[in-house]
Write a protein that binds this ligand. Structure first.
Ligand code: JFZ
Length: 316
């Protein structure tokens, strides 16, 4: 257990990346705008976008400017030591080559590159640890997944079927095709200990050294629940003995929104990092790239400034 935690305790600072079809909506659907201060990656749910409609936008996702090595170089230059990509968020779209579901970037959008593969390779080359975010319970595309009750009748859902057909097999793909995965970042965890344990078991079976975050469910994870100890400012409270990590974003949304310009300054990011690390935690700082693969320039500028500070004050 302790040995598995070693890298995490050392690394302290990671890059979170929320990237998917919601990035193509960029906070707007048919003239309706996601209010600044709320999550743009939830646009499908917020406006009850029909699956068929959402899928059309997903089909148009062509991240021609995506450059895995440049993203990883930016993380590295910022002083970050690990990286977590949304392999599948709540919208159900896989950002990797999945044989479980055609609803993925390669088969569905006909973009013939696999971001999970490219990022894991770029991370390995740069000595950055690679992890994946996987929305295991919430899936707004699958008829039996949790969350979409506007297209699908919730009383007719068979949640087990979703787990067996999609969620578990996709997790297996991610853990068996991309070399070492250091962290699986689950979200909006399972409701029962049984389901939670099933996901923990898959990770342990396929990658015994991989860490599991607290949001997998209600118990048994390596990292404690990150939202149980927050103050009003979204900052963790201290006094914790457990290993913990706080995810935070550079503006007020995880997924890209063209409206949200409420960027944290380099000073704010550094102050947060110092507070978090001082309280024994890890800082997983999120960027929300645009659909074409461009990282918004204000976040690039801020990360570079943080990196300059880290050059002087950080440890390797
Ligand atoms: C979740 C996601 O729904 C969101 O889209 C994003 O991926 C974020 C990192 O995680 O959002 C949450 C989950 C739990 C809480 C708040 C936001 N919570 O309990 O305070």
């Amino acid at each position: 257990q302790d040995q598995r935690m070693e890298w995490f305790r050392h690394d302290k600072f990671g890059m979170f990346i929320h990237w998917g079809p919601y990035s193509a909506f960029a906070g707007e659907y048919k003239g309706q705008k996601v209010p600044v201060g709320t999550e743009a990656e939830w646009i499908m749910q917020r406006f009850n976008i029909p699956v068929a409609d959402y899928r059309e936008t997903a089909r148009g996702m062509k991240p021609v400017k995506f450059d895995a090595e440049a993203w990883v170089a930016l993380a590295k230059a910022t002083g970050m030591k690990y990286l977590v990509l949304t392999a599948k968020h709540h919208d159900g779209f896989a950002m990797y080559r999945s044989t479980v579901s055609k609803y993925n970037l390669l088969d569905w959008a006909k973009f013939d590159r696999d971001p999970v593969q490219e990022l894991s390779a770029a991370c390995q080359k740069a000595g950055i640890r690679f992890g994946v975010y996987y929305s295991h319970r919430e899936d707004w595309d699958h008829p039996d997944g949790f969350g979409n009750n506007w297209d699908y009748d919730r009383t007719k859902k068979n949640f087990e079927r979703y787990l067996d057909e999609k969620s578990k097999p996709q997790l297996r793909e991610l853990l068996s095709r991309y070399g070492p995965i250091h962290l699986v970042w689950f979200d909006r965890g399972m409701d029962t200990p049984q389901h939670t344990q099933q996901f923990i078991d898959i990770v342990h079976e396929l990658q015994p050294n991989c860490l599991i975050n607290g949001r997998v469910g209600d118990y048994g994870a390596d990292l404690m629940g990150d939202y149980q100890n927050m103050n009003d400012n979204g900052m963790p409270n201290g006094g914790l003995q457990e290993d913990w990590e706080t995810p935070q974003t550079m503006n007020t949304t995880w997924g890209y929104s063209k409206f949200d310009q409420q960027w944290k300054t380099p000073g704010e990011v550094i102050h947060r990092m110092v507070e978090i690390v001082g309280k024994g935690g890890n800082y997983l700082l999120n960027i929300g790239p645009m659909a074409d693969g461009t990282i918004p320039s204000p976040s690039v500028a801020t990360l570079k400034a943080v990196g300059a500070w880290m050059q002087i004050n950080g440890e390797s």
